[in-house]
Design a protein around this ligand. Structure first.
Ligand code: SF4
Length: 360
């Protein structure tokens, strides 16, 4: 009998589960977490695990989804070669004024939190300020002057300690370093120009500098169950980790990586296991998921940040997909407002999104 399953008490007698106070024990071992993850594949076992995870979410981060937004491709990706699955890189620099316009339009929707994301420029060894340090500092200052929003940044492993420190002084809410897949061979195969070590190093720098960390895990590249659980447990060393997002692999046409789209089931099960390991973490859905995945995500203990609007600087005049409302911003930029659809989906779950995180 798995000790952790005992801990969760998924027996028939416990179907009417009392709320759980805490997640999995801090000293739980890899083998038991892996076993729990594997058992969660069984639809007869998963609901009890999901229920515990959702109870923890309710208890620790509440039941109120809150809006964030994303502005992507703010800086070119200089990796050579590019990651084999990537379609969202840009090779072109963008005018700061266009990024600021997009941010202003997002703020006009009432959204008060956003992520600026872009490609990678690996820092130069031995140079105290390099990579995208200086660029991001200038950009954050420009945005601060134009809009009242909380800013997070995600530019791969492109920051030095000096950059992290400067962004912290500017009040940047978090730095993202996505490990994507914690299997060195797979990482090298899919991200041959990138640096897993550099990404881990950036998380360590954030930890040392007291900068909140957001990270991501890309599910479905071919990693094993053990890789997935090792990845989740590896994150235990980062006390500054505030947000983990799970991407669902999707082979985009025209990319070299191939393969098949990841099913939603492992993403939901990993969300539940992550919640049991990290009761207070924000657990989000990233690339490859869409609002159709939200119900399962919520059932499995995900929450609470949701994305209401996006703008891509790669294709600033791009058309809104699906039901998103396209908001032209000046002549060059379009913001895609998806708040109506997400609000409707959340409403069907009995949830009402707000503009700021609310405690339980
Ligand atoms: S680092 Fe990011 S932007 Fe650059 S190729 Fe890889 S996934 Fe795309």
């Amino acid at each position: 009998m798995n000790d952790l399953l005992d801990h969760l008490d998924t027996s028939a007698a416990a179907r009417d589960l009392a709320p759980v106070e805490e997640g999995l024990p801090a000293d739980c071992n890899t083998r038991d977490v892996l076993d729990l993850y594997r058992r969660s594949a069984d639809p007869r076992v998963a609901p009890a695990i999901f229920r515990h995870a959702a109870d923890l979410r309710d208890r620790h981060v509440g039941r109120s989804p809150w809006w964030s937004a994303g502005v992507s491709a703010i800086v070119p990706c200089e990796l050579e070669p590019l990651c084999t699955y990537c379609t969202f890189f840009s090779r072109k620099a963008v005018a700061t004024s266009d990024i600021v316009s997009a941010v202003r339009a997002i703020a006009d929707l009432g959204i008060r939190h956003l992520h600026l994301s872009g490609g990678t420029r690996l820092p130069v060894k031995g140079e105290p300020i390099s990579g995208y340090d200086r660029y991001l500092v200038d950009l954050v200052v420009a945005i601060r002057d134009a809009a009242d929003v909380e800013i997070e940044v995600n530019v791969g492993p492109s920051l030095t300690r000096g950059g992290v420190r400067a962004l912290k002084e500017l009040g940047v809410a978090a730095v993202t370093s996505s490990l994507e897949v914690l299997n060195a061979e797979l990482f090298a195969a899919f991200k041959p120009g990138d640096s897993l070590k550099g990404r881990i190093r950036l998380m360590e720098l954030c930890e040392e500098e007291g900068m909140p960390i957001r990270s991501m895990m890309l599910v479905g590249l071919g990693e094993t169950d053990a890789d997935r659980i090792d990845h989740l447990l590896f994150l235990r060393r980062f006390s500054m980790l505030r947000h983990l997002r799970l991407s669902r692999y999707m082979p985009f046409p025209g990319t070299a990586s191939g393969g098949v789209r990841c099913s939603p089931w492992p993403v939901a099960r990993l969300t539940a296991i992550a919640r049991l390991l990290y009761p207070t973490l924000d657990l989000g859905l990233a690339a490859g998921n869409d609002p159709d995945d939200m119900a399962l995500w919520w059932l499995a203990g995900g929450g609470n940040q949701v994305i209401g609007a996006t703008a891509s600087m790669k294709d600033p005049r791009g058309k809104a997909g699906g039901e998103a409302r396209a908001i032209p911003v000046g002549e060059r930029v379009v913001v895609h407002d998806n708040m109506a659809r997400v609000t409707r989906y959340l409403g069907e779950l009995g949830l009402t999104p707000s503009f700021a995180p609310q405690s339980s």
